[in-house]
Design a protein around this ligand. Structure first.
Ligand SMILES: [Zn+2]
Length: 110
């Protein structure tokens, strides 16, 4: 298993997630209630956009935490170890998602 390859993938994803979070934070900023230039329909539109951005922000934040936890496991030397049974996580599962936490069996039992 090429650990450094996973580290590189995780570091790229961490950077991309941080950027995406910054963008989502801008879109999720509170909608001005008294913008005279904006009609009712566009305000509803803006509120919907904001709600979408908030949902995205939440997903991105969870993902960022997962990626950072995987990087911490790399530093600790426990990367690729299942967090439940301490067995090896299948390489194909790590390939599909380098931030994966559980082996196939433990994932199934959750
Ligand atoms: Zn396991």
């Amino acid at each position: 298993m090429n650990i450094e390859q996973f580290r590189a993938r995780l570091q790229i994803e961490q950077r991309e997630t941080v950027e995406a979070i910054e963008q989502a934070q801008q879109s999720a900023a509170p909608v001005e209630l008294d913008q005279s230039s904006v009609g009712r329909v566009s305000r509803i539109d803006a509120l919907q956009q904001q709600a979408l951005a908030l949902g995205l922000l939440e997903r991105l934040t969870v993902r960022k935490r997962k990626v950072e936890a995987a990087l911490a496991r790399l530093d600790a030397g426990t990367y690729g170890m299942c967090c439940a049974c301490q067995g090896d996580v299948e390489p194909e599962r790590l390939n599909a998602d380098p931030a994966v936490v559980f082996c196939q069996e433990c994932k199934k039992n959750r």
